[in-house]
Design a protein around this ligand. Sequence first.
Ligand code: NAD
Ligand code: SER
Length: 312
Amino acid sequence: MAPEKILITGANGQIGTVLAKALSEKHGSDRILTTDLRPATHALLPFAALDILDADRLEWLIREHGITTIYHLAAILSAKGEQDPALAWQVNMDGWFNVLEPARKYGLKVFFPSTIAVFGDHIPREGTPQHVPLQPTTVYGISKVGGELLGAYYHANYGVDVRSLRYPGIIGYESLPGGGTTDYAVEIFHHALAEQRYTCFLSAETRLPMMYMADAVRATLMLMEAPSENIRVRTAYNIAGMSFSPEEIAAAIQKHIPDFQITYSPDFRQKIAESWPASIDDTEARQDWGWRPMYDLEAMTEDMIKHLSITA
Ligand code: NAD
Ligand code: SER
């Protein structure tokens, strides 16, 4: 079988920065083509500028570089999406369609990152199961439900190997988040180290599903490498890492930085957070391709502080 040649969209974002590195370590940097609207300031991997709404340029890049696999990360996230719903709809829906069409034409394998934002009304908030009504209340969530269904449609009707995860809020030290509701859980570490205080835009007790970046990257690689017959969910798999509230992560940080103080000033993102689950049931991911998270709140906090202290 010919070696994979991987194109990553939205590669300069929070997840793409780290996933691209992991993929290049696995496959070799000459097997990776990172793309985004603008180049990263410190691009280390092959890069091509790409607006995901430019379908012709994407198809040209696929042909020119002999692409076999796409990790489609480009999107507008929840908070930014509520501020510009038209842009979120266009980038998240049209952009995904622009990936699926050449995937059908050239037989590509595709990764689509979905999210806990697909959940909304009429669900159990604790241990939210894989199969529940999907009635999100944000344009981001609505576009990701549409994206999941469109991916499953291309799989069922055209045999496209589409694989997807519903990421929780992702926390990492190597990159900054780009406009989501869970961004506070990254910001809090930077503020704790720089000034020992943080004003959180969610209320103290708002519990959300979260995951350390190392686990998110590992889950993505595990899913993409699993035998096709193991992938029984072609919309998107629930995956869980940990769940915590702002007051719980603040307490975990205080074990390392005793002077750290948190205050609360909830804004429009509070309503978004309240529409999402507090915790996720990921039984099917565990059964189908062996998913297990490695980081809980304490392990993640220790690792974040260790790495950010070195770079501070
Ligand atoms: P991010 O906002 O950090 O990065 C998104 C990237 O997409 C940015 O670099 C941006 O420049 C790029 N982009 C935006 N519009 C574009 C366009 N028109 N053409 C090309 N590129 C464009 O997001 P992220 O956190 O890295 O998320 C990556 C994916 O994972 C997204 O699909 C997101 O919905 C999903 N996801 C993320 C999280 C999380 O907590 N980070 C959670 C659930 C799902
Ligand atoms: N972390 C993302 C957000 O807050 C969830 O997809 O938008």
